[in-house]
Design a protein around this ligand. Sequence first.
Ligand SMILES: [Ca+2]
Length: 343
Amino acid sequence: MARLFLTGLLLCVIGMTGLRASSKTAPTHRPLTMDEFKAYTETIPDTGVQFDMVPIPAGKFKMGSLEEEADREEHEGPVREVEIRAFWMGRCEVTWNEYDLFAFSLDLKKELEEKQDKAQGGGDAVTRPTPPYTDMTFGYGHDGYPALCMTHHAAMEYCRWLSMKTGKTYRLPTEAEWEYACRANTQTPYSFGGDPEKLDEYAWFADNAEGQPHPVGKKKPNPWGLNDMHGNVAEWCLDHFDPKRYAALPGDKASLNPFLKPTDKRFSHVVRGGSWDDEAGMLRSAARRGSIREWLRQDPQRPQSIWWLTEALFVGFRVVRPVEEYEGLKNLRSTVTKTSPYQ
Ligand SMILES: [Ca+2]
């Protein structure tokens, strides 16, 4: 009898241990208290790799630029009022140190990962990039440098992997969240004012980057403590790109974090902030561009990779973490596959 009891107890402990191990990687969505809404450093589990997250307060702002702004493009208007809930944003762009853990499965041995995927039902398993056919750093530098050349799909899958690893919800910023965070309560062309002569203090761009990206966080931050929002690598946002998007938003009231949900189409998605390869005008807070299929031009594979963009040496991303997730963004994941339409 005593032996039976002990065996039962042992099984129970094993069961609990198993439960604890599997829940370690499952996302949790516990509401946060305001005491918890402060800057923090995330350590990616099973690795020593860290990144900083900065709290972005809730508020309203005017999205877009006025017609008189220099270098302004038509698709930056009409200006619309937008409301944003509080969230955290990565202080810096995602670096190769972080991205490689996902892209090359450095965090887990493959066998162990497959076992876990099966235990979790398999269907939600994060897929990982196939190896690139060339060195995707292009000799630019690795440690501390921003990851680049990943597709929008790959950036979204990175966020899902990071969410499963940490148990927190990480995702790409919506275009509205990105501009809100970049502006940091400013309405000037740049978050430090309107004078492009000062850009050298805040950003890597065509005039000072010497033809390549630079280690993240070396220039002055914006008023909310975010580095490299202007320049270095341009950054993926969650949304599909639509040049007529702002005109479709109401002009008489604020829209709550409007976004164009990504579909299974591989192009076009919003890229923000300009890059080391851009002139000053593209680094403005309101400047936007859409990804194009030509960014895959030199990829010899058919179908072309859904993970790497051979020509997009200027594209990277940063992550955000919502305090309270928007209904339409809950459990969002990329639906792009090898058979997805390009446009
Ligand atoms: Ca940037």
